[in-house]
Write a protein that binds this ligand. Structure first.
Ligand code: ATP
Length: 361
């Protein structure tokens, strides 16, 4: 496990750290079947690959099969293979993916889409550790670890009679659940940095980053497509804004949720990853102006000046919003001299587009 992830799975949030520890444990018992559950784009295939790579099976094949992408009538021969003459067109025998995965791992993605007849055949592989190819009579022994994944609620499908109960229990010996991205927004800055580097590697003008206002907005997005959606956004922004830094107004409309968030700080330099983490920790502190719970204090302490500066910025922006940009009135609300307020606005470079649009007294 590195500071930022595990086998290429990026994440530092508590839920992801728990997941990495679980994957580590799974390596100790490399026969048990694993069922990975998570919304689309949460990284189920990455997790399956990490389980394989961390296990004693790592030097053998990791064989992925997407049960939803292969037509029903082909899936059986893809998985189990066939003998010569098994059906019209079977001019010779063909090894199936189960046999190809012998001593390694078979990753059955979208297992919820598997038809009942095949579910029964798969159950046999799990119970007997052998199978018959299509058209074959002789069972072939196989030593394969099955890792299944689904975005469906398989338990519910069992209740509705759409998935075999016995197979469900066989598969879910070790259930692994990947949380959706909206429940681990702490990981967003780290993931963005990772994608900026990987997408920008071969680009003349890689993206320089996202400013703190854009980053704040992204932490409020529901991310229905999870990490895949975030990766696509970084790709999209690299094409449009390569060589510069993405601001709130550069984001596609669906990511500009609500009014422009109040900037955490007016700094202009690119947001480094380490800063990003402390900024989010600091934002948490900023939201509580009177008392700060003990557990919210970052281990390495806080940047007092930056926090006070951020809070001052928030107050000024709020006053300006309340007064529709009337600086005289905002100064009155803040009990500041008008000239003091003007100086602060200038120093903080707060004249963002939304402020400029407002009427100056
Ligand atoms: N934690 C992560 N760190 C780095 N990249 C990630 C992470 N999670 C997902 N990705 C990337 O997001 C994309 C989608 O991941 P993956 O295919 O593993 O998701 P999935 O849950 O299997 O999706 P689906 O259910 O749609 O098949 C991939 O490009 C993957 O590399």
């Amino acid at each position: 496990m590195t500071a930022d992830g595990f086998y290429g799975i990026i994440g530092r949030s508590e839920s992801m750290r728990r997941l990495f520890r679980l994957i580590g444990k799974l390596a100790e018992d490399d026969l048990s079947t694993v069922l990975i559950q998570g919304e689309s784009g949460t990284g189920k295939e990455l997790v399956a690959k990490a389980i394989h790579a961390h296990s004693p099976r790592a030097s053998h094949h990791f064989v992925p099969v997407n049960c939803a992408a292969i037509p029903d009538d082909l899936l059986e021969s893809e998985l189990f293979g066939y003998t010569k003459g098994a059906f019209t067109g079977a001019a010779g025998p063909k090894i199936g993916r189960i046999e190809y995965a012998n001593n390694g791992s078979l990753f059955l993605d979208e297992i919820g889409d598997m038809k009942p007849a095949l579910q029964a055949k798969l159950l046999r592989v799990l119970q007997e550790r052998e199978f018959e190819p299509v058209g074959g009579l002789k069972p072939i022994p196989v030593d394969v670890r099955i890792i299944a994944a689904t975005h469906c609620n398989l338990e519910q499908m069992v209740t509705e009679g759409r998935f075999r109960e016995d197979l469900f229990y066989r598969l879910s010996v070790i259930p692994v659940s990947i949380p959706p991205l909206r429940e681990r927004t702490d990981d967003i800055p780290l993931l963005i940095e990772h994608f900026i580097n990987s997408i920008g590697k071969n680009k003349k003008k890689p993206l320089l980053g996202f400013d703190s206002v854009a980053m704040q907005a992204l932490s409020q997005v529901p991310w229905r497509g999870n990490v895949r959606e975030l990766e696509n956004l970084v790709q999209h922004m690299t094409i449009l804004h390569g060589g510069s830094r993405v601001g709130y107004h550069d984001l596609p409309e669906k990511y500009r949720v609500g009014p422009p968030p109040i900037p955490l700080s007016p700094e202009k330099e690119p947001l480094r990853e380490a800063d990003t983490v402390s900024r989010s920790e600091q934002a948490l502190l900023c939201s509580s102006t009177t008392s700060i719970p003990r557990e919210s204090w970052p281990e390495k302490g806080v940047d007092f000046n930056a926090l006070v500066n951020d809070f001052e910025t928030q107050l000024i922006v709020q006053a300006l919003k309340l007064t529709q940009g009337n600086k005289k009135e905002a100064a009155r609300l803040l009990n500041l001299k008008r000239t003091t307020l003007l100086e602060k606005i200038k120093k903080k470079e707060l004249a963002g587009t939304w402020l400029e649009e407002e009427e100056d007294e």
